[in-house]
Write a protein that binds this ligand. Sequence first.
Ligand SMILES: C[S@@+](CC[C@H](N)C(=O)[O-])C[C@H]1O[C@@H](n2cnc3c(N)ncnc32)[C@H](O)[C@@H]1O
Length: 264
Amino acid sequence: MGDEFVPPGIDPTVMSHARAYDYVLGGKDNYAVDREAAGAVMALAPDLPVLGNAQRRFLLRVTRMCAEAGIDQFLDIGAGLPTAPNVHETAKAIDPDARVVYVDYDPLVTVHNSALLAGIPGVVSIEGDVRDPDSIMAAPEVVKLIDWDRPVLLLFVGLFHLVGDGDDPAGIVARFRDRAAPGSHIMLSQFCSDGSDPSARAKLEEISADSPSPMRFRTREHIASFFEGLDVLDPGVVDVQDWWPDESAPPTGLKVAAGVGVVR
Ligand SMILES: C[S@@+](CC[C@H](N)C(=O)[O-])C[C@H]1O[C@@H](n2cnc3c(N)ncnc32)[C@H](O)[C@@H]1O
């Protein structure tokens, strides 16, 4: 995107988590305000891109695992800006009929994803807020593409550190868990305070304090509690680099905890 192009309804002077994360992953869909924020954190945690890429690999690995096990519907909430390969490319490589709904509350994400996904059967991007699970489940695109009587993969990757305790992340997961058919998988990851470098963590919390979603680190134990009522797959809730690593992923100064649970 360059600073010269600003889609209608987008304020390029307010930091966006989606665009800052895009910058960390090496993307181009970001503005100066996002690069400045991400750069301030990377000055203290230069390996943040390594962590971001480890989280993307976790997302793709679990998507592949579920598609290979026969899951053919995917609801990716807090989907972020397009990063290739994405969930639909990975799932459709295994099952061309796989259906994918991307959801994000950032309108820019929907603008970009919708342009990119136009004409791909069974794949859509919609605006939605995870803090209102019922309105996501009632969205016409979700009603059309997701059959809740059959297993689905629900993705909440890199999302819940942007959702406050007052918005009850465990309750949000439980709402989707109760709607999803047995055999459905729920994957989630978020920044974890256990083992994270304190100064880099403080910087991340400081730069996001005035954004619409301030960043919140949580203990691994707290994050594990979001899986209540689910059968958590091995190796449990662990550093994202350690969730079934398929290639060497070095440890990082900031930590993201990740896990996958199965609906009973
Ligand atoms: C760090 S990015 C993660 C993107 C992607 N899931 C990944 O792992 O590559 C977090 C995304 O969550 C979105 N987000 C934050 N709060 C949200 C909310 N309440 N509802 C839906 N999306 C949200 C942001 O706009 C951003 O795109």
